[in-house]
Design a protein around this ligand. Structure first.
Ligand code: MRU
Length: 369
């Protein structure tokens, strides 16, 4: 994505120094646009854990570069197999909900297992990490094309008025290497002069909507309005929302979707008001081994301080303030599960399908064992 006069991805290898992976520091946005250097498996782990890098596809790519760093840490004394599988387990366990992390790490490990070429382990791992970045970018491009059709259909009924899209969290290019899953259809519609307007959920407790989605849309020139998370239901009742599009961290083969906490409540409101509710989900975010979201998806629990405190900008710096009485007990679930029955459809890189196993199988038959 272009920022100023320079094209950026959310994560990339430093061309001048292949021992450095650079990321956009998503903790600093929107107040500061900074990149961060990562040089080791631990750096990658910490960047995923503290959400310097976040969003399912970006977390996956970071995990892939983590295995690359693990190969760079091999020396003559290293038990290579043991070292690499320890690194893989360590990275995969960093954050449990987004399936892209284990998918990407295992993708690289498989390439290393099958490494019959003269390429060194590091070259093979690096090429695999690059492949994953290209796969995720192409997934978003295709999701953009199919999602654009949905927006175009609605626009035809709007007599020139904007298509009002509500979204939750950030499933933009920052979360996805480039283009974004939810944002690609919006950017492509905007590029074609189709009037769109986005209701941006603030997305407490970490405010990925207020901070990252608002920043992205602002950079691109897409009209948006920031709303408190509890506003969406009222907007839907008032017929001020034409469609809801959210991301996915892990979708079951039956269509249940795990996404940022609060997504389920938006799905309930959309269902009650007959508003189309879509999840933009690349196949890299589909866990084809599970069928029941509520029973089989691990929902991450994070530090309660993310709930008792809020981070904002004041006096020229980013700072955290407490929003409740001292010693308040809080709990911080990072995601929730939207059951397939509340989902109108999935926007995937292969097209739009209903959130049912039969349709998902038809679209991704090669993934169904
Ligand atoms: O905790 P985060 O910020 O990593 O959560 C991100 C989301 O829930 C996104 O909607 C999801 O990862 C999809 S990104 C394409």
């Amino acid at each position: 994505m272009k920022i100023g006069d320079k094209n950026y991805q959310s994560i990339w290898l430093d061309k001048s120094d292949p021992s450095v992976v650079r990321v956009i520091d998503q903790q600093k946005l929107p107040f500061f646009f900074e990149t961060k250097e990562l040089r080791s498996v631990d750096d990658i782990y910490n960047a995923i854990d503290d959400m310097t890098v976040r969003g399912a596809p970006s977390i996956g790519a970071a995990g892939a570069f983590g295995i690359y760093f693990a190969t760079l840490e091999i020396n003559s004394l290293t038990n290579i197999r043991e070292h690499l599988s320890n690194a893989a387990r360590y990275l995969i366990n960093c954050r449990p909900t987004a399936v892209n992390l284990s998918w990407a790490v295992n993708y690289v490990m498989k390439k290393l297992d099958n490494n019959t070429t003269s390429l060194s382990l590091s070259e093979t791992a690096l090429n695999a990490a690059f492949e994953i970045c290209e796969i995720e970018k192409e997934n978003c491009r295709q999701i953009g094309n199919y999602g654009l059709k949905l927006i175009e259909e609605i626009s035809k009924t709007k007599k020139g008025d904007p298509v009002n899209i509500l979204t939750h969290c950030n499933a933009g290019w920052l979360a996805c290497i480039d283009f974004g899953t939810v944002t690609a259809p919006i950017y492509f519609a905007h590029d074609r002069g189709i009037p769109v307007h986005v209701w941006v959920d603030e997305t407490r407790p970490r405010n990925q909507g207020a901070k990252l989605t608002a920043w992205e849309l602002g950079q691109y020139g897409v009209p948006y309005t920031l709303v408190a998370d509890n506003t969406g239901g009222h907007l839907m009742q008032q017929k001020m929302v034409d469609i809801v599009i959210v991301g996915s961290d892990r979708t079951t083969r039956t269509g249940d979707v795990a996404n940022k906490i609060g997504t389920y409540l938006k799905a309930l409101a959309a269902y009650d008001n007959n508003i189309p509710f879509y999840s933009a989900v690349p196949s890299t975010s589909i866990d084809f081994s599970i069928t029941h979201g509520m029973k089989e998806i691990i929902v991450e629990k994070r530090d309660p301080a993310e709930v008792t405190n809020i981070t904002g900008f004041a006096e020229g710096k980013s700072q955290s303030v407490r929003i409740c009485p001292e010693d308040t007990v809080a709990v911080n679930f990072g995601f929730d599960i939207t059951p397939a029955r509340l989902i109108t459809g999935l926007i995937t890189e292969k097209g739009i399908c209903r959130a049912i196993e039969k349709d998902i199988k038809k679209m991704f038959s090669d993934k169904f064992k």
